[in-house]
Ligand binder design. Structure first.
Ligand code: UTP
Length: 279
């Protein structure tokens, strides 16, 4: 059973400065909903309703967003405007929220290790909220797809997508053997390789299901690229034991950590989702 989902949200979001000077990047709205809420809704849809945030300084708004705002509730109770709160109320009612702090930005791997306190020794999902993943109405969310693979194989699963060769240096990239359509056993992984050094064009995106042995692997992972503790380096240790699968997910992914991806996501959500069913 997977019940928990970790959200590493401690990053600075420098690419969005000055917007992210006093506001977490994960609170940037795509139309009317903050990025992190899309991620939490995805986790809940996969049955992961114990949400853990690894936060940092200046991230209090995330915790507040998933808490009841008594003043606001009182002010709009019984009025026309109450409907605007219903979608976040639903999320709050369907999940629990806890958080811990990453005192220093030492990388995504380090943030996940800090999250061990919230997870304990059990498999868990990881969502990077700045990767916005959308699926057609009625389809399994990307996290649901990963959880289904985990249930079948009992191994860590990373979501992957094909990217143009010239873009591989933005991602962790895998070498892998396809064992079923869209499902791969990972044999190698490299963080942000140059196009010449990349083992493939299969790039890891911000959705994972991890088995708890990742924590031990992370404890023994030295800082890698950019002096940060990379989740890719720790996963490679498990991959060498045949313990990591990659899954080519069905759906759309927008890199909302970049301005271009964020604008594309906003246009897409407005045209294809919000304008048809504003909520
Ligand atoms: P990014 O590499 O996108 O970094 O982190 P960032 O700091 O958020 O954004 P830029 O590059 O400065 O614009 C990927 C994810 O890992 C989390 C981030 O919050 C983001 O969700 N992260 C990264 C941490 O939680 N802690 C870290 O030390 C590093």
């Amino acid at each position: 059973m997977i019940r928990k989902c970790l959200f590493p949200v401690a990053g600075y979001g420098t690419r969005f400065l000055p917007a992210t000077k006093a506001m977490p990047k994960e609170m940037l709205p795509v139309v009317n909903k903050p990025l992190v809420q899309y991620g939490v809704e995805e986790a809940i849809s996969a049955g992961l309703n114990q949400i853990g945030f690894v936060t940092g300084r200046g991230k209090r708004a995330i915790n507040d967003h998933f808490d009841v705002s008594y003043e606001l509730e009182h002010q709009i109770a019984g009025s026309e405007k109450e409907k605007y709160l219903s979608c976040v109320r639903e999320v709050i009612q369907n999940a629990t929220f806890s958080s811990t702090r990453q005192p220093e930005m030492k990388g995504l791997g380090h943030a996940i290790l800090v999250g061990e306190l919230l997870i304990g020794y059990e498999p868990f999902g990881v969502i990077l909220a700045d990767d916005l993943c959308l699926v057609e109405e009625g389809e399994d969310s990307v996290m649901t797809q990963l959880v289904k693979i985990y249930r079948r194989f009992g191994k860590s699963v990373v979501a992957i997508t094909e990217v143009p060769r010239e873009d591989v240096s933005k991602f962790g990239v895998i070498a892998a053997e396809e064992i079923e359509p869209g499902i791969y056993t990972v044999s190698d992984m490299v963080e942000k390789p140059s196009p010449e050094d990349a083992p493939s064009n299969l790039a890891i995106i911000g959705r994972y299901v991890l088995t708890p042995d990742i924590f031990e692997a992370l404890r023994h992972t030295e800082p890698g690229k950019n002096g940060e503790i990379q989740i890719t380096d720790a996963l490679l240790k498990l991959a060498r034991k045949g313990r990591v699968l990659a899954y080519k997910f069905r759906g759309l992914r927008f890199d909302c950590g970049s301005i271009e991806g964020y604008v594309a996501a906003t246009n897409y959500v407005y045209q294809n989702i919000y304008s048809k069913n504003p909520k």
